[in-house]
Design a protein around this ligand. Structure first.
Ligand code: AVJ
Length: 324
């Protein structure tokens, strides 16, 4: 446990280093599939984290501001379900903007444990929260939250509230979401509360625009994956030779993002060569859209009970409170 302890801004460990060549392995595996794909977690290097913050400011990208407004309106009610001395455990904390809404409304929170794969974003956020909430114990974890993990020792003995905003759970397939929710229930423990943000199904045009914005920030965010493979894995991707595509997959209730090869080409990366046919795509991300009822069923399959919900009508988005 000791290695997770936080003092000042000293992060516990280098998650990427501990995983060894996982990025290279995942790239080789993903580019070898009939439908080429990469796990979306690799978006979030320092540059990708910055681009994601820019996405959150876009006119077309409604989830961030909609959820912030929802949380603001629900803050007093949310505070009532947070026990005295609680530890708030956040999955994929990024810049911890939404956390502040909860912390401001719930001064009874004693420990904040943000988990994020981007070391730089996590260090900056942990430092800023530490400065602005001096009474709070901040115990950051530089980890991929999709991996099995242990909570920081600072959480021990505190009532636990999980926080997973942003509809990041929409990155998972239903099976992955069930398995994540099951793992989170074991991690957070019996009786824990879990606040989860979920983006809701809405007209296709609004969904597609949110993932294919006019300024091209989402395109740059996707192409940063190619740039990252060039930087870190000796790749030679020509960013101009790929086009960003966002599609609504109605059958699966998800927005899909793809990088489409503009021509037939061979690309070298991670010591291998991969062929792309003209029009062939690299599938970079799924963003599932839910109904509250459908999500409640999914959560129930992982042992969680839907206790409360706060939803907005337009754009449709919900924050739900699950109970283990
Ligand atoms: C961080 C997964 C919630 O799916 O809306 C935004 C990521 N990708 N624009 C989402 C994302 C492109 C985002 N999540």
């Amino acid at each position: 446990h000791q290695r997770w302890m936080f003092s000042g801004v000293r992060l516990a460990m280098d998650a990427a280093a501990e995983r060894g060549a996982t990025f290279a392995e995942d790239v080789v595996e993903g580019l070898s599939k009939p439908q080429k794909s990469l796990p979306p977690k690799y978006f979030y290097d320092a540059e990708g984290s910055r681009l994601f913050e820019a996405i959150c400011e876009l006119a077309e990208y409604y989830p961030t501001r909609t959820e912030i407004a929802l949380l603001g309106g629900a803050a007093a009610e949310i505070s009532q379900v947070i026990p005295e001395g609680a530890a708030l455990v956040e999955f994929g904390s990024g810049a911890s903007v939404k956390t502040r809404i909860v912390l401001d409304a719930a001064p009874q929170v004693a420990v904040y444990a943000p988990i994020d794969i981007s070391r730089e974003a996590l260090a900056d956020a942990a430092h800023a929260i530490n400065q602005d909430y001096p009474a709070l114990t901040v115990a950051p974890l530089a980890e991929d939250f999709t991996r099995a993990l242990q909570l920081p020792a600072a959480v021990d003995g505190h009532p636990v509230v999980g926080f997973f905003p942003g509809s990041t759970i929409g990155n998972f397939t239903p099976e992955e979401a069930r398995s994540f929710l099951d793992g989170a229930r074991r991690l957070l423990g019996q009786g824990a509360a879990f606040l989860v943000g979920i983006d809701l199904v809405k007209p296709q045009a609004e969904l597609v625009a949110a993932y294919d914005d006019a300024l091209g920030v989402t395109a740059a965010f996707n192409k940063n994956l190619l740039a990252r493979m060039n930087r870190e894995l000796g790749g030679d991707f020509d960013l101009e030779a790929f086009a960003h595509r966002a599609r609504w997959n109605a059958a699966q209730s998800r927005v899909e993002m793809h990088l489409e090869s503009r021509r037939a080409q061979a690309v070298k990366v991670a010591g291998r060569t991969f062929d792309f046919a003209a029009g062939e795509t690299l599938h970079t991300e799924n963003s599932y859209k839910f109904t509250v009822e459908g999500f409640a069923r999914l959560a129930a399959e992982a042992g969680w009970r839907l206790e409360r919900e706060w939803a907005s009508a337009h754009p449709a988005f919900a924050v739900v409170l699950l109970r283990a």
